[in-house]
Design a protein around this ligand. Structure first.
Ligand SMILES: [Zn+2]
Length: 298
Protein backbone atom coordinates (compact mmCIF):
# COMPACT_ATOMS: atom_id res chain seq x y z
CA UNK A 1 0.00 0.00 0.00
CA UNK A 2 1.77 3.12 -1.11
CA UNK A 3 1.22 6.70 -0.06
CA UNK A 4 0.24 9.24 -2.64
CA UNK A 5 3.63 10.99 -3.09
CA UNK A 6 2.08 14.48 -3.00
CA UNK A 7 -0.05 13.92 0.09
CA UNK A 8 0.61 15.85 3.28
CA UNK A 9 1.60 13.84 6.37
CA UNK A 10 3.14 16.72 8.29
CA UNK A 11 0.34 16.71 10.85
CA UNK A 12 1.62 13.48 12.39
CA UNK A 13 2.13 13.35 16.16
CA UNK A 14 4.66 10.51 15.98
CA UNK A 15 7.79 11.05 18.00
CA UNK A 16 11.06 9.22 18.03
CA UNK A 17 12.49 8.33 21.41
CA UNK A 18 16.20 8.22 22.12
CA UNK A 19 17.69 5.07 23.51
CA UNK A 20 16.99 4.63 27.18
CA UNK A 21 18.14 1.80 29.32
CA UNK A 22 16.70 2.93 32.63
CA UNK A 23 13.55 1.32 33.87
CA UNK A 24 10.80 3.88 33.82
CA UNK A 25 8.47 4.82 36.59
CA UNK A 26 5.86 2.13 36.92
CA UNK A 27 2.20 2.42 36.20
CA UNK A 28 0.78 0.31 38.98
CA UNK A 29 0.48 -3.11 37.44
CA UNK A 30 -0.78 -2.09 34.03
CA UNK A 31 -0.10 -4.78 31.51
CA UNK A 32 0.99 -4.11 27.99
CA UNK A 33 -0.54 -5.60 24.90
CA UNK A 34 1.80 -6.47 22.10
CA UNK A 35 1.55 -8.07 18.70
CA UNK A 36 3.05 -10.92 20.65
CA UNK A 37 5.68 -11.16 23.36
CA UNK A 38 8.96 -12.53 22.08
CA UNK A 39 9.69 -13.48 25.68
CA UNK A 40 7.15 -16.26 25.32
CA UNK A 41 9.67 -18.33 23.48
CA UNK A 42 13.01 -16.81 24.36
CA UNK A 43 12.48 -17.04 28.10
CA UNK A 44 13.44 -13.40 28.70
CA UNK A 45 12.00 -12.21 31.97
CA UNK A 46 9.64 -9.35 31.36
CA UNK A 47 8.06 -9.46 34.78
CA UNK A 48 9.42 -6.08 35.78
CA UNK A 49 8.09 -4.66 32.57
CA UNK A 50 4.69 -6.25 32.41
CA UNK A 51 4.14 -5.65 36.09
CA UNK A 52 4.61 -1.93 35.68
CA UNK A 53 8.32 -1.56 36.21
CA UNK A 54 10.54 -0.32 38.93
CA UNK A 55 9.27 2.70 40.81
CA UNK A 56 12.70 3.60 42.14
CA UNK A 57 13.68 5.91 39.36
CA UNK A 58 14.31 6.33 35.68
CA UNK A 59 14.03 9.27 33.37
CA UNK A 60 12.00 9.96 30.31
CA UNK A 61 14.10 9.63 27.16
CA UNK A 62 14.58 12.56 24.86
CA UNK A 63 12.06 12.61 22.09
CA UNK A 64 12.22 14.17 18.67
CA UNK A 65 9.27 15.10 16.55
CA UNK A 66 9.36 13.68 13.04
CA UNK A 67 7.23 16.46 11.58
CA UNK A 68 10.29 18.20 10.10
CA UNK A 69 11.62 15.05 8.49
CA UNK A 70 8.33 13.52 7.35
CA UNK A 71 6.27 15.92 5.29
CA UNK A 72 4.89 14.08 2.28
CA UNK A 73 3.66 10.70 1.16
CA UNK A 74 6.89 10.37 -0.81
CA UNK A 75 8.81 10.53 2.49
CA UNK A 76 6.50 7.82 3.86
CA UNK A 77 7.18 5.57 0.88
CA UNK A 78 10.95 5.90 1.26
CA UNK A 79 11.58 5.83 4.98
CA UNK A 80 10.27 3.53 7.71
CA UNK A 81 9.95 6.27 10.32
CA UNK A 82 8.02 8.47 7.92
CA UNK A 83 5.88 5.48 6.93
CA UNK A 84 4.90 5.20 10.58
CA UNK A 85 4.24 8.95 10.71
CA UNK A 86 1.99 8.67 7.66
CA UNK A 87 0.28 5.61 9.11
CA UNK A 88 -0.42 7.59 12.26
CA UNK A 89 -2.16 10.33 10.28
CA UNK A 90 -4.27 7.83 8.34
CA UNK A 91 -5.18 5.48 11.19
CA UNK A 92 -6.08 8.39 13.47
CA UNK A 93 -8.29 9.88 10.79
CA UNK A 94 -9.97 6.51 10.20
CA UNK A 95 -10.81 6.10 13.88
CA UNK A 96 -11.99 9.67 14.30
CA UNK A 97 -14.59 8.81 11.63
CA UNK A 98 -15.39 5.23 12.68
CA UNK A 99 -15.07 5.09 16.46
CA UNK A 100 -18.83 5.43 16.85
CA UNK A 101 -19.15 1.93 15.35
CA UNK A 102 -17.38 0.58 18.42
CA UNK A 103 -18.35 2.88 21.27
CA UNK A 104 -20.74 5.72 22.08
CA UNK A 105 -17.92 7.51 23.87
CA UNK A 106 -15.58 10.10 22.46
CA UNK A 107 -12.51 9.13 20.45
CA UNK A 108 -9.15 10.47 21.50
CA UNK A 109 -5.80 10.22 19.72
CA UNK A 110 -3.07 8.10 21.31
CA UNK A 111 0.56 9.12 21.62
CA UNK A 112 2.69 7.34 19.06
CA UNK A 113 6.37 6.69 19.77
CA UNK A 114 9.08 5.00 17.75
CA UNK A 115 12.14 3.50 19.35
CA UNK A 116 15.04 1.26 18.49
CA UNK A 117 16.22 -1.57 20.72
CA UNK A 118 15.05 -0.19 24.06
CA UNK A 119 13.12 2.63 25.62
CA UNK A 120 11.36 3.63 28.80
CA UNK A 121 7.67 4.30 29.10
CA UNK A 122 5.72 6.46 31.48
CA UNK A 123 3.09 3.85 32.21
CA UNK A 124 4.61 0.45 31.58
CA UNK A 125 8.22 0.43 32.69
CA UNK A 126 11.11 -0.36 30.36
CA UNK A 127 10.91 -2.06 27.00
CA UNK A 128 13.56 -3.77 24.97
CA UNK A 129 13.46 -5.10 21.44
CA UNK A 130 12.63 -8.45 23.03
CA UNK A 131 9.18 -7.00 23.61
CA UNK A 132 8.31 -6.15 20.05
CA UNK A 133 5.82 -3.37 19.29
CA UNK A 134 3.26 -2.77 22.03
CA UNK A 135 0.57 -0.50 23.38
CA UNK A 136 0.72 0.81 26.93
CA UNK A 137 -2.75 1.60 28.34
CA UNK A 138 -1.21 3.48 31.29
CA UNK A 139 0.10 6.30 29.10
CA UNK A 140 -2.12 5.66 26.05
CA UNK A 141 0.94 5.33 23.86
CA UNK A 142 1.73 3.05 20.94
CA UNK A 143 5.39 2.03 21.05
CA UNK A 144 6.84 0.71 17.81
CA UNK A 145 10.32 -0.76 17.79
CA UNK A 146 11.36 -0.12 14.19
CA UNK A 147 14.11 -2.77 14.42
CA UNK A 148 11.29 -5.33 14.80
CA UNK A 149 10.44 -4.85 11.13
CA UNK A 150 13.77 -6.29 10.05
CA UNK A 151 13.37 -9.07 12.64
CA UNK A 152 10.13 -9.97 10.88
CA UNK A 153 12.12 -10.77 7.76
CA UNK A 154 14.49 -13.10 9.61
CA UNK A 155 13.97 -16.50 11.29
CA UNK A 156 11.80 -17.59 12.95
CA UNK A 157 9.32 -15.27 11.20
CA UNK A 158 10.74 -15.21 7.67
CA UNK A 159 8.03 -12.92 6.34
CA UNK A 160 8.24 -10.72 3.29
CA UNK A 161 7.97 -7.75 5.67
CA UNK A 162 6.59 -5.40 3.02
CA UNK A 163 5.24 -1.94 3.83
CA UNK A 164 1.70 -3.18 4.46
CA UNK A 165 3.04 -5.73 6.95
CA UNK A 166 4.57 -2.81 8.86
CA UNK A 167 1.38 -0.77 8.62
CA UNK A 168 -0.65 -3.77 9.84
CA UNK A 169 1.41 -3.82 13.02
CA UNK A 170 0.86 -0.11 13.67
CA UNK A 171 -2.87 -0.53 13.01
CA UNK A 172 -3.01 -3.57 15.32
CA UNK A 173 -1.51 -1.56 18.19
CA UNK A 174 -3.90 1.30 17.43
CA UNK A 175 -6.65 -1.30 17.80
CA UNK A 176 -5.52 -1.86 21.38
CA UNK A 177 -5.89 1.86 22.01
CA UNK A 178 -9.47 1.68 20.72
CA UNK A 179 -10.09 -1.20 23.14
CA UNK A 180 -8.54 0.75 26.01
CA UNK A 181 -10.52 3.99 25.58
CA UNK A 182 -13.80 2.17 24.89
CA UNK A 183 -13.57 -0.01 28.01
CA UNK A 184 -13.37 -3.27 26.02
CA UNK A 185 -9.93 -4.00 27.41
CA UNK A 186 -10.97 -3.36 30.98
CA UNK A 187 -13.95 -5.70 30.77
CA UNK A 188 -11.89 -8.54 29.31
CA UNK A 189 -10.24 -11.06 31.60
CA UNK A 190 -6.72 -11.13 30.26
CA UNK A 191 -5.27 -13.45 32.86
CA UNK A 192 -6.35 -16.61 31.04
CA UNK A 193 -4.87 -18.30 27.99
CA UNK A 194 -6.28 -20.66 25.36
CA UNK A 195 -7.74 -20.52 21.85
CA UNK A 196 -11.04 -18.99 23.04
CA UNK A 197 -9.72 -16.98 26.00
CA UNK A 198 -10.38 -13.26 26.42
CA UNK A 199 -6.65 -12.69 25.81
CA UNK A 200 -6.99 -14.20 22.36
CA UNK A 201 -10.28 -12.36 21.71
CA UNK A 202 -8.53 -9.05 22.47
CA UNK A 203 -5.74 -9.83 20.02
CA UNK A 204 -8.01 -11.08 17.25
CA UNK A 205 -10.17 -7.98 17.60
CA UNK A 206 -7.04 -5.80 17.23
CA UNK A 207 -6.22 -7.76 14.05
CA UNK A 208 -9.78 -7.18 12.84
CA UNK A 209 -9.54 -3.45 13.56
CA UNK A 210 -6.27 -3.40 11.58
CA UNK A 211 -8.04 -5.04 8.64
CA UNK A 212 -10.87 -2.49 8.89
CA UNK A 213 -8.38 0.34 8.58
CA UNK A 214 -6.63 -1.31 5.61
CA UNK A 215 -9.97 -1.41 3.79
CA UNK A 216 -10.81 2.19 4.70
CA UNK A 217 -7.35 3.72 4.37
CA UNK A 218 -7.52 4.55 0.70
CA UNK A 219 -10.51 6.79 1.44
CA UNK A 220 -8.53 8.90 3.91
CA UNK A 221 -7.74 12.38 2.63
CA UNK A 222 -5.20 14.92 3.73
CA UNK A 223 -6.11 18.47 4.73
CA UNK A 224 -6.36 19.59 1.12
CA UNK A 225 -8.45 16.66 -0.05
CA UNK A 226 -5.69 14.54 -1.58
CA UNK A 227 -5.99 10.80 -0.92
CA UNK A 228 -3.32 9.69 1.52
CA UNK A 229 -2.98 6.05 0.49
CA UNK A 230 -3.60 4.14 -2.69
CA UNK A 231 -5.67 0.94 -2.77
CA UNK A 232 -3.58 -2.00 -1.56
CA UNK A 233 -2.58 -4.50 -4.22
CA UNK A 234 -3.22 -8.23 -3.82
CA UNK A 235 0.51 -8.73 -3.19
CA UNK A 236 0.48 -6.11 -0.43
CA UNK A 237 -2.53 -7.73 1.24
CA UNK A 238 -0.61 -11.01 1.06
CA UNK A 239 2.31 -9.31 2.88
CA UNK A 240 0.02 -8.27 5.72
CA UNK A 241 -1.57 -11.72 5.94
CA UNK A 242 1.90 -13.24 5.93
CA UNK A 243 2.86 -11.08 8.93
CA UNK A 244 -0.40 -11.94 10.73
CA UNK A 245 0.33 -15.63 10.23
CA UNK A 246 3.95 -15.27 11.36
CA UNK A 247 2.90 -13.95 14.76
CA UNK A 248 0.31 -16.69 15.30
CA UNK A 249 0.85 -18.62 18.53
CA UNK A 250 0.91 -22.02 16.81
CA UNK A 251 3.57 -20.87 14.32
CA UNK A 252 5.68 -19.37 17.11
CA UNK A 253 5.38 -22.48 19.25
CA UNK A 254 6.30 -24.75 16.36
CA UNK A 255 9.21 -22.50 15.34
CA UNK A 256 10.68 -22.57 18.83
CA UNK A 257 10.67 -26.36 18.88
CA UNK A 258 7.83 -26.60 21.36
CA UNK A 259 4.81 -28.67 20.57
CA UNK A 260 1.71 -26.73 19.54
CA UNK A 261 -0.41 -26.31 22.65
CA UNK A 262 -3.56 -24.25 22.17
CA UNK A 263 -4.09 -24.05 25.94
CA UNK A 264 -1.15 -21.65 26.14
CA UNK A 265 -2.27 -19.32 23.35
CA UNK A 266 -2.54 -15.61 24.12
CA UNK A 267 -2.81 -14.14 20.60
CA UNK A 268 -4.51 -16.79 18.47
CA UNK A 269 -3.38 -19.13 15.73
CA UNK A 270 -2.06 -18.07 12.34
CA UNK A 271 -5.37 -19.07 10.81
CA UNK A 272 -7.41 -17.12 13.38
CA UNK A 273 -5.30 -14.00 13.00
CA UNK A 274 -5.59 -14.02 9.21
CA UNK A 275 -9.32 -14.72 9.31
CA UNK A 276 -10.09 -11.85 11.70
CA UNK A 277 -7.88 -9.46 9.73
CA UNK A 278 -10.02 -10.33 6.71
CA UNK A 279 -13.24 -9.99 8.73
CA UNK A 280 -12.28 -6.37 9.40
CA UNK A 281 -11.38 -5.75 5.77
CA UNK A 282 -14.70 -7.13 4.63
CA UNK A 283 -17.07 -5.74 7.25
CA UNK A 284 -15.31 -2.86 8.98
CA UNK A 285 -15.14 -2.26 12.75
CA UNK A 286 -18.75 -3.40 13.24
CA UNK A 287 -17.64 -6.87 12.12
CA UNK A 288 -15.00 -7.12 14.85
CA UNK A 289 -16.96 -8.21 17.93
CA UNK A 290 -14.80 -11.18 18.83
CA UNK A 291 -16.44 -11.32 22.27
CA UNK A 292 -19.89 -12.23 20.99
CA UNK A 293 -18.62 -15.18 18.95
CA UNK A 294 -18.90 -18.71 20.31
CA UNK A 295 -15.51 -20.22 21.15
CA UNK A 296 -15.81 -22.80 18.36
CA UNK A 297 -16.34 -20.01 15.79
CA UNK A 298 -13.54 -17.77 17.00
ZN1 LIG B 1 -1.76 -7.17 20.26
Amino acid sequence: MTFNPDSDISGSNVRKRGRGTAIGVGGGGLAVVAVFLIAQFTGIDLSGFVGGGDTSGGSAPLTTSLSEKCKTGEDANENIECRMAGAGVSIDDFWADNYSLVSSGEYRTPQFALFEASTTTQGCGGASSATGPFYCPGDETIYIDTSFFSQLQQPPFDTTGGPLAQLYIAAHEWGHHIQAISGIMESANRTGTGADSDSVRIELQADCFAGAWVAGASQTEDSSGRTLLEEPSAAEIADALDAAAAVGDDRIQAGSGQGVNSEAWTHGSSEQRQRWFNAGREGGPANCDTFSVDGSQL
